[in-house]
Structure formats: structure tokens, C-alpha cells
Ligand binder design. Structure first.
Ligand code: ADP
Ligand code: ZN
Length: 602
């Protein structure tokens, strides 16, 4: 057995490497540099942690995510790894202690913030130690046009200058070629071997549904599928964040609001509770973002439409970082499009910028309305190909019904035209359905040839049609804020009868959970629930005793494996994924007791 395998099994408790891990680790142990692009949850940390342990000296990890360092270090310490960190949150005494340990060769791993690393004092300190490797995490932070740019990252080429013989590994989940080139250039990684994985997140199940009493939809989703799981609910406005958090709390959930308008101290408290406690739901605007690397977020729900696929992918990507099954649920409606379009029109920025934003929103809408695999569409948008439908999105699991809507669409489009392209969907639908409301008659629209030609469909059905016509670019929503609909060039062929159109049939009455027709890996069988809860309580108690988040004790995958294997001896416990030597010694006994009690009740 190689060193690397031995460490994988005994320290981390895993039986085999995933994907390119082994090749990356071998290359570093051999003294080479590496550039690693791997999706979130793919297992980047092991790529530097194992070589750091296998090589002489301390592995230095540079990361901008200061809020996470404490937990990362605690997690390593629970594995028996001697780890420490240096950043601005430490007191002078704590810094001194860590520096002492470093100088005396008592650390296997050191996490450092970039601004701290580039200080001459830190560099001098490192120069006096034996260094196993440098790992530059979140390496896309060097990209000046990226949204996570950190000026301090630009100075990390100092490592190449001052430590030319120490292997360096740069890691990121941002996959585009431009960012990759920028990393290579700015960090002088020209000789580095590149390990590029696509950025599919196969463990996330994507589901997109039209809104139909969204609160009820969310409630069912939470109650039926996510009980006592941690997750994020995204809303567009601060007011909605607060109302939603309050309502969920009233429904018995631990739901905390998070938006830029809250005092910084309250935001920090909520963030900390989200990270530390077991089943907190964070209700947030997009202000809740970078640095939220809680690994066991089991769902991300959007109650409003994100304004681009980029934003959607990034926000949903916060689910399932531990690689375990997770769900991304988006509820959207035509009113979202109206609101976003109005916001974009009112925003600052050039016409070109606004046009660009508009195109991105259109792409997002397209994703909402497609009837084929969502993941294939998502990846295609980012220039990646998935050869086969994924089998883990709503469209794959329950293929949507479509119908030939050509005639209905012709009616709808003519009605928009006849009413002068000056009204929103509600009015147009009233005219189609032959309403004699004040608004319709006073405009004289009850005299139009299109009045009452659409009585065969209900209001909801017409709304679904209008929404899809907007999403597919047949209708435009005016940015006036009133949701005024206008025809686009694309309409001609349909109106002339030269083109047919099929639309998706909304299954409003189908419960959200029906998307998962297969039993999901994540669900716990009713017969197992009691033991599952007992294992979780045990983990929670230990986490509190150790002052760490529950996943630092054992992550969800490990607990699930325990549930499946039900070990009752120490050696059986060792074969559970994620149980290594030190964790067995520290926590094994307590979990064994829980399982024994369950299997052989007194
Ligand atoms: P990333 O940094 O790429 O987002 P992590 O390094 O946090 O991903 O790993 C994600 C999860 O996968 C962690 O819970 C980690 O312990 C687990 N993991 C990584 N490599 C393996 C492996 N070879 N076998 C089993 N689990 C693994
Ligand atoms: Zn799919």
C-alpha cells in the first residue's frame, strides 16, 4: 500500500480515491505543481491534505474564506491531524502560539489568509520552516474580472519567487478557460500539470415549477422531504425575506432571515447558527453568498426567479457540497418576469449592459420552460456537454406533457395585438375569456373580434400559455412595471399559420414531491428513522461538547453508512466510510453504544 492510500484509509477513513484525486496526489508527492478544476463537492481538499501529510514538513493552505478556517482546522484536528491557522480573527497570544508550533515543526497543516501570508514577517517565518507544499484554494480569486477578485491574490506569485522548489497546487471550482489561463499566468503555474473536471453537480436534483400558492408548495416540500434538514430559501426582496422567515418560524421551523439591511452583528449571529446548528433554514437575499461553505446544506429553494443562469447555478451550488443528495427547487411565475424586467430597466448601466442582462434573463426563462433534461441545458449553457439525459432532474424523472397549442397561441397573440399591445396578461385573458368587467367594457374591448374567443380554457391555463410565450420569446414584457405585453418578430410565422407550437401542460395539481418517482437515496426508510434520529442526537451532543459543527464529528454520508451497516464492533465500525483510526477512538464507542442499544434493546 502506498503512503497516500494508507493515509486515505487510516486518517480519513475512506476506502478509495475519487476521480482524479490519486493522480493529483501522486503528482504533488513527486514534487510537481498542479492546477485543479473540480466541481464543488468533488473532493478537492484531500488533493492537498494527503500530500501535505505524506511529505516532510507543513502543508500551507492559502484561503480567503476566513470564516471557515476555524472549522476546517477543527475538522482536521478531529482526524488527529496537527493543524493551525493564521488570520485576523486571532488574538496576539493565539498567533504567537501558532507561530511557535510552526517553528518547532509541530504542525502538519497551516491555513493562512492571503493578506497574512504576503506580510514579510509571515514569509520570513515560513522560510525558516520545512514546507511540504503550498495549496492555493479558491484560486479564481486572482481573476480580475471575476466576481470574487482579491487584490492580495495577485501577490501570491511571491511563492514561486521565494520558494521555487516547493510544490504548489491551485484549486478552484470555476471552470472557464479564461479564468484558468489567468490563474496559470498570475500564479506562475506554467509548468503545472492541469487536472480539469467538468462542473456538473450530479448529486443535486434540479426541479423547476410554476408558482401555485408558493407558500403551500414550499411547506409541502419541507415537510415531506426535508424534515430537520438545513437549507437556504432565496427571495428577491428584503421584505419578503423577513415575512417568509417569520412565517416559517410560525410553522415550527428554525428559520432565520439574512439580508444586507440587517445589522452586521445579527447577520453574523444568524450565519453562525446556520453553520453550527443542525437544521436551520436560512431565508436570504443574494447577499447571503460567498463563504457559505456549509457542506451539508440539503436544499436550496428559490421563491423568486434568479436573474440569470449564472446566478441560479451559483446559488443552487451551495446545496450538497458534501457530495450527498440535495435538491434545488425553483418556483416561478410570470409576475417574476415582470418584476425583474422592471428592476433591470430601472438599474444604472448602459443600454448595452441592460440588453445583456435581458438576454441572460431570457436564457433563465428558457431553462424554466424546457421540457427536456435541465442538467443538459444547464451544462450546455456553460459550454459543457452531457451526452445523456441526467435522470436526476424533474423533467427526467417525470417527463412533462406537451400539447399542440398552435390555435390557442394564435388567439392569444391576436388578442394582444387587438388590444393595442398596451395591457398585461390579466387584461388580455379577461378579453379572451369574454369578461364584461368595467375595465374591459370601458376600453371597448368587448367589441373586439378576439373578445370571448378563448372561453374553452380557464384563467390558469391562459396564464400558463402567456408565461411560456414570454419565456420562448414570442411575447415581450415591457419594462414599464405594468407587465405590458408586446409581440415580437417571432410571432409572424405562427400568426400566418406557417409554424406550429407545442407547449408544456402545467401540472398544477401534481404534488411537488412527485418529481422524485424513485425513492431517493436521501430519504430514510420509516423503519430506520428512530436509529437515524438517535445517531444524529449523538452527533449533536458530541459536537456541542467539542464546540464544532455537527458535520465535523461525522458527515451525513458517514451517518448514513452507519445506519446501513449497523456495526456493533470496533472493527466493523472501521469499515464505515469516513471512520478512520482517530475518529474510531474518539467517537466510535459512543456511536456503537447507540447502535447496540437499538439492535439489542435491554
Ligand atoms: P470540494 O472542496 O471539492 O468542494 P471536499 O474536499 O469538501 O470538496 O469534499 C467533499 C466531500 O467528499 C467531503 O465530505 C469529503 O470528505 C468527501 N470525500 C472526498 N474524497 C473522498 C473519497 N475519496 N471517498 C469518500 N469521500 C470523499
Ligand atoms: Zn435531467
Amino acid at each position: 500500500m502506498t503512503d497516500a492510500h494508507h493515509i486515505l484509509q487510516h486518517t480519513f477513513g475512506y476506502s478509495s480515491f475519487r476521480g482524479p484525486q490519486q493522480a493529483i496526489i501522486d503528482s504533488l508527492i513527486g514534487g510537481g505543481d498542479a492546477l485543479v478544476v473540480m466541481p464543488t463537492g468533488g473532493g478537492k481538499s484531500l488533493c492537498y491534505q494527503i500530500p501535505a501529510l505524506a511529505r516532510e514538513g507543513v502543508g500551507v493552505v492559502i484561503s480567503p474564506l476566513i470564516a471557515l478556517m476555524q472549522d476546517q482546522v477543527s475538522a482536521l484536528r478531529e482526524l488527529g491531524v496537527r493543524a493551525g491557522f493564521l488570520n485576523s480573527t486571532l488574538s496576539a497570544a493565539e498567533v504567537w502560539q501558532t507561530e511557535q508550533a510552526l517553528q518547532q515543526g509541530e504542525l502538519d497543516m497551516l491555513y493562512v489568509a492571503p493578506e497574512r501570508l504576503i506580510q514579510p514577517r509571515t514569509l520570513a517565518l515560513l522560510a525558516s520552516c520545512q514546507i511540504a507544499l503550498f495549496a492555493i484554494d479558491e484560486a479564481h480569486c486572482v481573476a480580475q474580472w471575476g466576481h470574487d477578485f482579491r487584490a492580495d491574490y495577485l501577490r501570491l506569485n511571491v511563492l514561486q519567487e521565494q520558494f521555487p522548489n516547493i510544490p504548489r497546487i491551485a484549486l478552484t471550482a470555476t471552470a472557464d478557460a479564461r479564468t484558468r489561463d489567468e490563474i496559470t499566468e498570475r500564479l506562475s503555474l506554467h509548468k503545472a500539470q492541469q487536472f480539469i473536471s467538468g462542473f456538473d453537480r450530479p448529486n443535486i436534483q434540479y426541479r423547476i415549477r410554476q408558482k401555485d400558492k408558493p407558500r403551500q408548495q414550499l411547506l409541502r416540500f419541507l415537510r415531506e422531504e426535508q424534515s430537520s434538514n438545513a437549507g437556504i430559501v432565496y427571495c428577491l426582496s428584503r421584505a419578503k425575506v423577513e415575512q417568509t422567515a417569520e412565517w416559517l418560524s410560525g410553522e415550527g421551523f428554525t428559520a432565520l432571515p439574512y439580508h444586507a439591511g440587517l445589522p452586521a452583528s445579527l447577520r453574523a449571529t444568524h450565519q453562525k447558527r446556520f453553520l453550527r446548528e443542525d437544521s436551520v433554514i436560512m431565508v436570504a437575499t443574494i447577499a447571503f453568498g460567498m463563504g457559505i461553505d456549509k457542506p451539508d446544506v440539503r436544499f436550496v429553494a428559490h421563491l423568486d426567479l434568479p436573474k440569470s443562469i449564472e446566478a441560479y447555478y451559483q446559488e443552487t451550488g451551495r446545496a450538497g457540497r458534501d457530495g450527498d443528495p440535495a435538491t434545488a427547487l425553483l418556483l416561478y411565475g410570470l409576475e417574476d418576469v415582470v418584476k425583474l424586467r422592471q428592476m433591470m430597466a430601472g438599474s444604472e448601466g448602459s443600454e448595452e449592459f441592460k440588453r445583456h442582462e435581458q438576454q441572460r434573463l431570457n436564457a433563465m426563462l428558457g431553462l424554466c420552460e424546457i421540457t427536456s433534461c435541465r442538467r443538459q441545458a444547464l451544462l450546455r449553457y456553460f459550454g459543457d456537454e452531457l451526452p445523456k439525459p441526467c435522470g436526476n432532474c424533474d423533467n427526467c424523472l417525470t417527463p412533462p406533457d406537451t400539447w399542440d397549442a398552435t390555435e390557442a397561441v394564435q388567439k392569444a397573440l391576436s388578442c394582444v395585438y387587438r388590444t393595442g399591445q398596451r395591457y398585461g396578461a390579466i387584461h388580455v385573458i379577461e378579453v379572451l375569456r369574454g369578461s364584461s368587467s368595467e375595465k374591459v367594457t370601458s376600453a371597448g374591448h368587448d367589441k373586439l373580434s378576439t373578445w370571448g374567443i378563448g372561453r374553452e380554457l380557464g384563467q390558469d391555463e391562459w396564464r400558463a400559455i402567456m408565461r411560456q410565450l414570454v419565456a420562448q420569446g414570442y411575447l415581450d414584457v415591457d419594462p414599464d412595471g405594468f407587465g405590458t405585453l408586446r409581440l415580437t418578430e417571432r410571432c409572424r410565422a405562427i400568426l400566418r399559420g406557417e409554424e406550429k407550437i407545442s407547449l408544456r401542460r402545467d401540472k398544477v395539481s401534481v404534488p411537488i414531491a412527485a418529481a422524485s418517482s424513485k425513492r431517493r437515496h436521501q430519504d430514510i426508510e420509516p423503519a430506520d428513522r428512530e436509529l437515524w434520529q438517535a445517531l444524529r442526537s449523538c452527533r449533536k451532543r458530541l459536537a456541542e461538547e467539542h464546540g464544532v459543527p455537527p458535520y465535523v464529528i461525522f458527515n451525513d454520508a458517514t451517518l448514513r453508512d452507519m445506519l446501513e451497516q449497523r456495526p456493533t464492533t470496533a472493527s466493523a465500525m472501521l469499515s464505515v466510510s469516513g471512520v478512520g483510526d482517530v475518529k474510531l477512538e474518539r467517537f466510535g464507542g459512543q456511536f456503537l453504544e447507540v447502535i447496540r442499544e437499538f439492535e439489542y434493546p435491554a
